[in-house]
Design a protein around this ligand. Structure first.
Ligand SMILES: [Mg+2]
Length: 351
């Protein structure tokens, strides 16, 4: 097996800012997001692709991903021995979930291609066309910019609004679509530091609009007792994102949240993502698949797990202007494989 790795900078259409990225002056955000791609090629020329969209929030960067991948001996990887390949990857180093996830994607892409199946069927899952709708995220910005972004997102039936920092509680982005007729998702990205502040904001949100759920109101390091206190009193469903990295976090999250947001780059790829979604459902939690700013390769990989979710937030590829892959399509928020470049594997390919 041959392994090729290369870096790529994704550029976003609008500067991307969330509560955690705000400086003391309320300024912040990024225009460019470095990702790393990997391609595994077997002796017959079958290629499996993988992508890492690392986040410093989870202690990974493009540099750390490349450093990990350079330690991997591709001769230890095989499309025909997934369990052995994944065991080998674990032996290369602890943590590095995003880096390992890159090769988890590439291995499953190659294995499913060899089996002549799309990844979801290879994993025993279904995918019903027309059923899976993603939200479209609106990052933090000045109110007039938010209004413009919301207007540009008119075709998406579900919006997810980033809140926190100085935009909370005012100015709330009143605009042409507000109050929205369809529910709005809100993500505070750990912004509210005490349970009382979080509850005040949740009550205010509940009174102001049609909110479906609120992601990560308090920091993941908050006292679990405070999170449970908040769950008991919250007028809106609470979803764990930064608090739910992988399946091992399920017990703690079940006590403090109603739902979880699983991301392939947090937990370590498709295999760990499946495990995290199934563990959450078994614990009675609602599930969502989310993403970072990432190309259509990672978004396609996540889409294969759509059947295991109640909500989708797979819009990272919709926010960028230089997507080097194409794969699962998105028309008016509805995910579809109708125009995917391939019928097997991840169903994604370089442009
Ligand atoms: Mg989030």
């Amino acid at each position: 097996m041959k392994l090729r790795i290369w870096r790529y900078d994704l550029t976003v259409a609008h500067r991307w800012t969330i509560a955690r990225g705000l400086g003391p002056g309320g300024q912040g955000g990024d225009d460019v997001f470095p990702v790393v791609f990997a391609a595994l090629t077997d002796k017959d020329g079958v290629v499996g692709y993988g992508e890492a969209a690392p986040s410093p929030r989870y202690d990974e960067t493009a540099d750390s991903v490349v450093a990990f991948l350079e330690r991997v001996n591709p001769y230890q990887l095989s499309f025909t021995d997934l369990p052995g390949s994944l065991r080998y990857l674990e032996s290369v180093g602890s943590r590095n979930y995003c880096a390992k996830g890159t090769l988890n994607l590439a291995l499953l892409d190659g294995a499913a291609k060899l089996a002549g199946q799309p990844v979801h069927r290879f994993l025993g899952l279904d995918f019903q066309e027309g059923r899976h709708v993603t939200s479209f995220s609106i990052g933090l910005a000045a109110p007039d910019v938010i209004r413009q972004k919301v207007a540009e997102a008119e075709r998406y039936p579900r919006l997810k609004l980033k809140l926190g920092g100085r935009t909370m509680p005012r100015p709330w982005p009143r605009c042409g679509r507000w109050p929205l007729t369809s529910p709005l998702r809100v993500d505070a990205n750990e912004a509210w530091k005490t349970r009382e502040e979080a509850l005040r904001n949740l009550e205010w949100l509940a009174g102001d609009g049609n909110i479906e759920f609120v992601e990560q109101p308090m920091p993941a390091v908050a006292d679990p007792a405070d999170q449970a206190w908040l769950k008991e009193r919250s007028p809106l469903p609470l979803m764990a994102d930064e608090s739910y990295v992988y399946a091992g976090d399920v017990e703690r999250c079940a006590a403090g949240f109603h739902a979880v947001n699983v991301k392939l780059v947090k937990c370590g790829g498709i295999s760990a993502g499946m495990e995290a979604l199934r563990a959450a459902r078994a614990a009675g939690l609602k599930t969502m698949l989310g993403c970072m700013i990432e190309s259509s390769l990672l978004i396609s990989a996540a889409a294969h797990l759509a059947e295991l979710t109640d909500y989708l937030d797979l819009d990272g590829n919709l926010l960028i202007t230089n997507d080097p892959f194409h794969g699962v399509g998105c028309r008016d928020g509805v995910l579809s494989w109708a125009e995917a470049p391939s019928k097997t594997g991840l169903r994604a390919a370089p442009r």
